[in-house]
Design a protein around this ligand. Structure first.
Ligand SMILES: [Fe+2]
Ligand SMILES: [Fe+2]
Length: 194
């Protein structure tokens, strides 16, 4: 049970995702300087982005928040919903690329390095601007449009969505993000999950 508004919960998830995206920039630096990346880092990164970033987070947005906003009169074919939905699709396509390029890199690092760098770069290009549009355009609009009762109903839908994915999925993936950043950045780094 959370006392956060649904938009605050999504914003909190954005901060966790942003830190993992920051970790991707560190991975690119390592790959470009010829350092190796452990297979566990790449499989955990994919699991985080796929299950937490897409199924859990984008799922809550698309299945519940966007649908509710549509019911309140926000046009699904216009800005900002159409743009955000298109970016979610782009993110899913990049998830498929991440899986493929990670598997190739794990098998043959020399041959897979450039393609993996390219996928990580495209993810870094996509996420910050997508998150910005939601934090500064979509969520303030949602907070104006939704009544207290609608916000409470949305929170309940979010909880239900998380429980369908798995028990305590949120806490588990926050911990995974922390472990992932420790693996990527090391103990002395500043890129830890707060
Ligand atoms: Fe989104
Ligand atoms: Fe989001």
């Amino acid at each position: 049970m959370t006392s956060r508004k649904p938009t605050e919960e999504l914003e909190h998830e954005h901060r966790i995702i942003q830190q993992v995206v920051g970790g991707m920039a560190v991975l690119i630096e390592k790959l470009e300087s010829g350092k190796g990346i452990d297979a566990a880092v790449l499989t955990d990164l994919f699991e985080f982005m796929q299950t937490f970033g897409d199924r859990c987070h984008h799922g809550k947005e698309e299945i519940y928040l966007f649908k509710l906003l549509e019911k309140k009169g926000v046009p699904v074919s216009g800005c900002p919903l159409a743009v955000l939905l298109h970016e979610h699709e782009k993110g899913r396509s990049l998830m498929a690329d991440l899986k493929l390029t990670s598997e190739t890199y794990i098998r043959t690092p020399g041959a897979g390095r450039e393609a993996l760098i390219g996928t990580l770069r495209r993810l870094i290009e996509l996420y910050p601007s997508h998150i910005w549009k939601e934090d500064y355009l979509l969520f303030p609009m949602a907070d104006k449009l939704l009544s207290d009762t609608e916000q409470e109903e949305l929170s309940a839908r979010f909880e239900q969505h998380e429980s369908e994915i798995g028990i305590d999925v949120h806490h588990g993936f926050e911990q995974l993000a922390g472990r992932l950043l420790e693996m990527i950045c090391g103990e002395s780094s500043t890129c830890h999950v707060a």
